[in-house]
Write a protein that binds this ligand. Structure first.
Ligand code: URA
Length: 305
């Protein structure tokens, strides 16, 4: 499954680069071989999914082979000491964790020159807290979660809920961008991959601390990585199994929903399956609103029907 997710993430990244005007990316021969092998591995994936992931990636941007690109070394991740929150008010405790993360040598070691470690943003008194997977290219550039295409969709969803982005809190399981390990000649990185278990274990105390400080009424876990990180990797086999019911993270109600990047891949699709995915995601938001005490209008209730 990791291979398919990597391809979908690569597809998103290629589209992002293309939208930014980039017309080619450099890939080593070894990288091309891995890409070809990965493409053939997803043959079992349903035709619809495969066409959006693989042909989408190929159509998004031409890939040129280059000997200059070299695999980027992945810094080792070792266990970090327990994070003990200081006494104090929300703001001072949040400042403490933010400083800790932004100056953490392991986090910084995963960030490439000119890019940033990404910490959560939003209202410290938020009733609803969204937790995503990891920063992408736009996020490590701006140092803020969910500011790229997926973030724009999340913003739309928040607006549809009758809220402003500044009224909720948004964080990620990982505080650095898990890049694909392909370094372009100019030193930049291409693609994202799902975080490794060691990376997640390293960063989990940071998102846990943010939850402990903010104490939201509801957590919305966006995507399987967020579900695995907060509820345990063994708990659910798929998003389908995690969605549609209330779970609990440290006594806080948690709703699992689709990651906005996955929802973006449904955009423009008119199949019954794609419509259902959008409605399901909206029902997750409605459930979160109700549980958090956010008023739901009749009009909102009927979106995506
Ligand atoms: N996807 C995520 O999971 N988090 C971000 O911050 C951006 C994209």
């Amino acid at each position: 499954m990791a291979t398919r997710e990597q391809l979908l993430a690569l597809n998103d990244e290629l589209r992002r680069l293309k939208a930014g005007g980039q017309r080619a990316v450099a890939v080593t021969e070894e990288g091309m071989a891995q890409l070809r092998a990965a493409v053939s591995e997803v043959q079992e994936v349903s035709i619809a999914e495969r066409s959006s992931a693989v042909s989408g990636a190929a159509a998004a941007i031409p890939v040129t082979e280059s000997r200059k690109a070299e695999p980027a070394p992945a810094p080792a991740v070792s266990a970090r000491p327990d994070l003990v929150l200081p006494e104090g008010d929300k703001q001072s405790r949040w400042n403490f964790v933010r400083d800790l993360v932004l100056n953490d040598q392991t986090c910084r070691g995963h960030v490439h020159p000119g890019k940033q470690v990404v910490f959560g943003v939003g209202n410290l008194d938020a009733a609803i807290m969204f937790v995503g997977e990891a920063p992408g290219g736009d996020e490590e550039e701006q140092g803020e979660p969910f500011v790229g295409r997926a973030g724009q969709l999340l913003n739309k969803m928040i607006k549809a809920m009758g809220l402003e982005r500044s009224q909720v809190y948004i964080g990620n399981i990982l505080n650095w961008r898990p890049a694909m390990g392909v370094r372009n000649p100019d030193g930049s990185q291409t693609g994202n991959r799902p975080p490794t278990a060691a990376e997640m274990a390293y960063c989990l105390p940071f998102i846990r601390a943010q939850i402990a400080i903010i104490q939201p009424k509801v957590i919305v876990a966006l995507g399987k990585t967020a579900v695995d990180g907060l509820l345990g990797a063994e708990r659910f086999k798929s998003m389908g199994a995690a969605r549609g019911a209330w779970h609990s993270y440290a006594d806080t109600p948690l709703r699992a929903s689709y990651h906005p990047s996955y929802l973006l891949r449904q955009e423009g699709l008119t199949s019954i399956a794609a419509k259902k995915i959008k409605r399901d995601a909206w029902e997750d938001m409605l459930a979160a609103m109700e549980r958090a005490g956010v008023p739901v209008s009749e009009k909102q209730r009927n979106y995506f029907l």
